[in-house]
Design a protein around this ligand. Structure first.
Ligand SMILES: C[S@@+](CC[C@H](N)C(=O)[O-])C[C@H]1O[C@@H](n2cnc3c(N)ncnc32)[C@H](O)[C@@H]1O
Length: 298
């Protein structure tokens, strides 16, 4: 049995229930930093909490917005009144964006806490009457019938479970022919992974003597530099193409690179902000941390 097959799915669900992506200063946290650097503590599951979390989610991804949040990558208009599935909804920020723009949303997550938080969010923001469904499901084994959805998306989720090819096959199975999809996966050919994790942590700090590549990636990406995150394994653009090609009539793999300024700040403290925008953008397109894989179901 290889290392990734030994990962218990309950351990993944438990980890994310304990350390949800709250967009606070640490995973699972409730302390947020405002734009003016003031600090605020919000009660998890409160309206204020979701609003702070969303502000951070939006700020991290600011190049992806037009008049709509994530409007450069999410085709909201096309799927008004249509069935849209989110796999791995976390605290429900993106599901809310889709629901507010007229989609009939089905949001699923492996851990029950995320499901409860997303339901709570929909109650707090008056979204309970749109025919939306929020439930616990595993991306590796969705229970929906074939061709149930017009659009399927997933943001930063599928690389957290072994058997990624199974998740992609499931996503394709439940999507209608001609329906579109968008999936964000972490990029192994990135500055964050190649420099900060594999080189700095693995080689310079000697961590690769004690940790396997999977343990190293899990600990220094979504693991908050601690033990506990059972599985995070980024892919390359080439692997992403291979994974999705069998199901897609049109396929595009784009490096988003919204992390690049933060990563450059770690690599060259004090100097990063002096890097010309054109160079930072070129680096982001080539070595950014997230791949956006989008296309049409064949
Ligand atoms: C980094 S969080 C991202 C959440 C959300 N998409 C966001 O961007 O805020 C990862 C989420 O994926 C969920 N997850 C991990 N493996 C999963 C699986 N096999 N099926 C469904 N959800 C999964 C976790 O429970 C967690 O809520």
């Amino acid at each position: 049995m290889n290392e990734s097959m030994a990962i218990d799915k309950r351990a993944i669900a438990d980890y994310w229930a304990r350390k949800p992506q709250t967009y606070a200063i640490e995973h699972g946290g409730r302390i947020f930093i405002n734009a003016d650097n003031s600090v605020v503590t919000a009660e998890p599951g409160s309206r204020e909490f979701f609003e702070h979390a969303d502000k951070v989610l939006l700020a991290w991804n600011h190049p992806l917005h037009d008049q709509n949040p994530f409007g450069r990558i999410f085709p909201y208009e096309r799927y008004r009144g249509k069935q849209v599935l989110e796999v791995g909804c976390g605290q429900g920020g993106m599901a809310q964006m889709w629901a507010e723009r007229g989609a009939i949303v089905t949001a699923v997550d492996l851990n029950l806490d995320a499901v409860e938080k997303t339901r709570r969010r929909f109650e707090l923001f008056d979204l309970t009457s749109g025919g939306h469904t929020i439930e616990q499901q595993d991306a590796n084994a969705l229970t929906f019938a074939e061709a149930s959805f017009d659009y399927v998306y997933s943001w930063g989720v599928l690389h957290h479970s072994p058997d990624l090819d199974r998740s992609v096959a499931e996503l394709a199975r439940v999507l209608k022919r001609g329906g579109r999809f968008g999936v964000m996966l972490y990029n192994r050919h990135s500055l964050l992974y190649g420099y900060q994790i594999a080189y700095l942590e693995g080689i310079v700090h000697g961590e690769r003597k004690f940790l396997s590549p999977l343990q190293l990636a899990s600990r220094y990406t979504d693991g908050d530099r601690e033990e506990g995150n059972p599985y995070t394994w980024p892919v390359t653009a080439r692997e992403a193409r291979q994974l999705f090609t069998p199901y897609a009539s049109r396929l595009d793999v784009q490096t988003l690179g919204t992390d690049i300024q933060a990563v450059l700040g770690h690599i060259m403290p004090g100097l990063a902000k002096h890097i010309p925008r054109s160079i930072a953008k070129a680096l982001a397109r080539r070595w950014g941390w997230s791949l956006w894989i989008s296309g049409e179901r064949s």
